[in-house]
Design a protein around this ligand. Sequence first.
Ligand code: IPM
Ligand code: MG
Length: 355
Amino acid sequence: MKIALLPGDGIGTEIVAEAVKVLKALNLPLDMQTADVGGTAYDKHDHPLPPATLQLAQEADAVLFGAVGDWKYDKLERHLRPEQAILGLRKALGLYANFRPAICYKELVGASSLKPELVAGLDILIVRELTGDIYFGTPRGRRTAADGHFPGSEEAFDTMRYSRPEIERIAHTAFQAAQKRSKRLTSVDKNNVLETSQLWKDVVVEVAQQYPDVQLDHMLVDNAAMQLVKAPKNFDVIVTGNLFGDILSDEAAMLTGSIGMLPSASLNDKNQGLYEPSHGSAPDIAGKGIANPLATILSAAMMLRFSLGQPEAADRIETAVQKVLEQGLRTGDIYSEGTQKVGTAQMGDAVVAAL
Ligand code: IPM
Ligand code: MG
């Protein structure tokens, strides 16, 4: 089983190192190779996604990704910014299906900014389309406005765009995910304003006919943002487009109070996948050994389950993480009085011991 390790920037190196520790402790035949990505890759090779890194990722069964980005790259031309590495990987590998679970661990209920009764037991899954929409739609750019409110002025534009097959395949992914859970699916769009969203809704309704056991409803994205903080437990699986999914998944993550706990998976139709924590590179705490490695360790579990066909190993990791939480071990981001504060490496060691 070939795994490409792309630690990236900021805390990326530290958290991926802990996930590697855990993977090695499983004694599986894993071939892990590391490559540069993001700002680190730009510094060394003048590009955030160098050809050798892309090739390693393409040839692997799965990519374990840390995080990319640092303020010091914000002034670079867009195509050289660290974020282009992750967008480039999504596009090149065709990783259209993004799974972002938001689970509120009972030990961490107090870390949420919402009242405990609203989030206790929360377990929702956001299925985000990841290779279409306004993120990748063309044309885009800057020009002089020919019309609009201020003709002759500088303007910028992007294109929100979805084709029927793109919506069909992510809808199938989401219905099948719902079938494995509580058989409820909410499709989120903005069909009261956008053509893209009207096609989205029409296609999701058509695909639904093949899944009569799944109860489908539809919600406008503004209302969904509101319902997520009002009554998050009313949701089970949410399916939505790239831009709305970006925003709602951060909102959902924060409900759990601990973005440092949340893994994610991005898959293509060959089940090749990229696995990464839902959080970013946190340059402010990089190198201090205090970052929470659990989201990355849980991403490694998702990788074993979805891309490497090792569900038992995935279960073992998830149980081990549950155990260290029960033992009261906490990194700073999830620390509360009465628990034991540990660093990144100590947390990784504790997971290995619990395995
Ligand atoms: C995410 C991130 C990315 C996105 C950025 C880093 C390009 O916010 O994975 O949610 O917008 O998709
Ligand atoms: Mg995001």
